[in-house]
Design a protein around this ligand. Structure first.
Ligand code: AMP
Ligand code: MG
Length: 416
């Protein structure tokens, strides 16, 4: 059995950034670009209306900054977003135009619909509109071609991490695919012949599969791509088949079947599939039975494999401590984002550790960032997901710390 620090070190040594991949933009969130994104077109690609109103010539408004004066114009066409009218706007006339429609040739400004007097705001092609625009400016309410960026311009540099805004920008720039250190693909297998899915009412002897959905959520929250492979029972053949499938991913997470029971088939099945064990069992509570290994291959990139303990709280604590850094390294993120930041907080009550193993105890953290306080939650151990669900952090009670008094300082691992 090894210590948490040693286990983390072994994981960091075994993990490595994935090679760049070209991925569809819809799959790119969270990735780090390895090639810049260059715009293929100007944006906007043409001059466009930024308001609903009337596209007009400047001469009709007696130059910029004219005083309040009503201008009466023929409405010669209607232009909605998506239309591509080519009709020329001449002095004395205008085009009724909607936000997002292209500015017709000859038009030099948009007068918003709110500036139409009487009921002429409702006028369409063939009618006459009366406009009063006291602060007219040539070019007003027109988004000009190339205002945002130009064709050939680099809109996203190498190394940029793709959040929602960056993904939207890449789409605007015409990149349907991007090359990135892609979010790692993480296969998830839950083992246990007792497990049924959440939509099933368990019969005697069965329980619902918490870990499958929980791990998928944890993977997604760590900006990686979950690939749920369902429940494998504790039977050699289905487990072998599920593992063979899961080893095609960058990372394979299994839950359950890693302790010393008769039906704990995971380590043996992984070994038979060629996965090399790096460690088995770590001195911590909850999460002691965790197994970690790697499948190395000639042509393909290695797959990291975590056999997480079946009890849900153990599963999630092991995910936070061990899987999270492996995913961050695989995603190519810098060292300072491999682990969640830790804080030192003041205990509001007494707390008791374990003589042999450090305990990661669910707790609530409050107070300011500068002087946080921490309160352990009532918690029924490694199966008590309800207790964990009320926590916003885990606090670390070192092995052999005995009884810590209220006011003691403890290390805290925020979860949010
Ligand atoms: P194991 O690690 O397979 O020995 O499982 C330890 C405990 O966790 C047992 O009580 C299992 O029934 C339970 N368990 C295993 N897998 C899951 C799961 N996916 N969801 C909820 N509980 C589980
Ligand atoms: Mg089991």
């Amino acid at each position: 059995m090894i210590d948490v620090d040693e286990a983390v070190q072994l994981i960091e040594q075994t993990s490595m950034p994935l090679p760049p991949r070209r991925v569809r933009l819809e799959k790119a969130a969270g990735g780090v670009l390895t090639a810049e994104v260059v715009a293929d077109l100007d944006s906007p690609p043409w001059d466009k209306a930024m308001m609903d109103g009337f596209a007009v010539t400047a001469v009709d408004f007696a130059g910029d900054g004219a005083a309040a004066e009503i201008v009466e114009l023929d409405v010669v066409a209607d232009l909605a977003a998506g239309d591509a009218g080519s009709l020329v706007v001449r002095p004395g006339s205008c085009v009724r135009i909607m936000t997002g429609a292209p500015i017709p040739p000859g038009a030099e400004a948009v007068v918003p619909i709110e500036r139409a007097v009487d009921s002429t705001a409702k006028v369409h092609a063939g009618g006459r509109v009366r406009l009063c625009e006291p602060r007219f400016r040539t070019g007003q309410h027109i988004g000009c071609q190339g205002d945002s960026f130009r064709a050939g311009q680099t809109v996203l540099a190498k190394g940029a991490q793709l959040g929602p805004a960056q993904v939207g920008l890449a789409a605007e720039a015409g990149a349907s695919h991007v090359e990135l250190l892609a979010p790692p693909r993480v296969a998830i297998i839950t083992t246990g012949s007792e497990l049924v899915s959440a939509d099933t009412t368990p019969v005697h002897g069965q329980i619902r599969n918490s870990n499958g959905p929980m791990l998928a959520a944890a993977v997604a929250a760590a900006a990686a791509e979950p690939i749920p492979l369902g429940i494998a029972g504790d039977k050699p053949e289905p487990l072998r088949a599920a593992i063979a499938h899961g080893l095609a991913a960058d990372v394979l997470l299994l839950s359950g079947g890693v302790s010393a029971g008769d039906y704990d088939l995971v380590p043996g099945t992984l070994a038979a599939a060629g996965v090399e064990q790096v460690f088995h069992k770590v001195r911590l509570k909850p999460g002691k039975p965790i197994w970690f290994g790697v499948l190395r291959r000639e042509q393909a990139f290695p797959t990291l494999v975590f056999g997480l303990p079946g009890n849900p709280v153990s599963t999630l604590v092991c995910f936070e401590l061990f899987v999270r850094p492996a995913l961050a390294i695989a995603a190519g993120l810098p060292r300072d984002s491999w682990h969640r930041p830790r804080l030192t907080a003041t205990l509001t009550t007494e707390a008791k550790g374990n003589p042999d193993r450090p305990v990661y105890h669910p707790c609530t953290m409050a107070g300011s960032d500068r002087s946080p306080t921490v309160t352990p939650l009532p918690w029924g151990g490694s199966a008590d997901l309800l207790g964990l669900s009320r926590a916003n952090a885990l606090m670390l009670l070192p092995a052999g710390c005995g009884q810590l008094e209220s006011g003691s300082k403890v290390e805290v691992l925020p979860l949010g």
